[in-house]
Write a protein of this length. Structure first.
Ligand SMILES: [Cu+2]
Length: 282
């Protein structure tokens, strides 16, 4: 009875794993709010996650099947006494070469996604320069955001690094609430004002460290309008939890309007009868 029970017990879990693995992509259990990524890049990253889930599930099934078989064999009534062995050279070769092959396969298979995520050659140069929407500086404990003045572009600066090191008259500033146009490949430059932080928008699957002394560019295309949590994914100090910002992906018109509202707010001298309401704050 107990022989059957334990073999059945260890056979049950691979079956559970197969069911979970089969229905997981449809349910998006692993992702925030059980939703697919809101960027094409994010969906490619999710696909890599599922590929790894399948590989792990197959390894789990193999391991549990071996365990069940060993249990079944070892619990036979007429089984001879166990013997000591130093191991099997052949087996060790197999479980060294097979995982190495799998890791090599994953490393090569993900190269396209990595290139899409991080290699400048994957982005059209003109589109890149036209669509730098903001510089985001992480500091303890907030996201400082700088947009080019409305009607001007990052590209208008003589050099990419001039714009980053030399704020220009008319640039717009805000904190913790980043507006970006939807359905457009946008570029953000990330900096840190103090320690290491990480710009993380879980629903877009966008994550990049912000390092002191470096300006790092990231690009992505939000395919679905809406508000997304912007978090710091690097434990950066006692107030780390306070670095909860918002990324709003809006239509081009609303994006321009948000910049205009910010400009009106920034230029408001507070003397008018009706002060300008700040509409872009978090
Ligand atoms: Cu932080």
């Amino acid at each position: 009875m107990s022989r059957l029970f334990w073999c059945g017990f260890f056979t049950l879990w691979p079956i559970v794993a197969i069911v979970a693995c089969a229905i997981s992509p449809a349910m998006n259990w692993a992702f925030p709010d059980n939703e697919p990524a809101a960027t094409e890049l994010g969906r490619r990253i999710d696909d890599l996650f599922y590929l790894i889930l399948i590989i792990v599930t197959i390894a789990f099934i193999g391991t549990m099947a071996a365990l069940s078989w060993a249990l079944w064999q070892a619990s036979k009534e007429d089984k001879p006494k166990a013997w000591f062995t130093h191991g099997s050279h052949n087996l060790e070769m197999v479980w060294t070469i097979v995982p190495s092959g799998i890791l090599l396969f994953i490393a090569l298979y993900q190269v396209d996604v990595w290139a899409m995520y991080r290699m400048r050659s994957s982005v059209d140069e003109d589109a890149y320069l036209n669509n730098v929407v903001a510089e985001v500086t992480a500091r303890q404990f907030e996201w400082r955001i700088r947009y080019p003045a409305p009607g001007t572009r990052f590209k208008d600066a003589a050099d990419i690094h001039d714009w980053l090191s030399q704020p220009r008259a008319g640039d717009l500033y805000t904190v913790n609430h980043l507006h970006v146009p939807v359905n457009k490949q946008i570029v953000i430059w990330l900096k840190s004002g103090d320690v290491q932080h990480a710009f993380f928008v879980p629903k877009l699957r966008v994550k990049q460290d912000a390092l002191p002394g470096q300006a790092i560019d990231i690009w992505f295309n939000v395919n679905k309008a809406g508000d997304y949590d912007l978090l710091c994914a690097e434990l950066c100090g006692w107030g780390h939890y306070k670095m909860r910002g918002r990324l709003s992906a809006v239509s081009e018109t609303d994006y321009q309007q948000a910049l205009q509202d910010l400009k009106n707010y920034q230029e408001d001298d507070g003397v008018d009868d009706q002060p300008v309401a700040r509409t872009t704050s978090p």
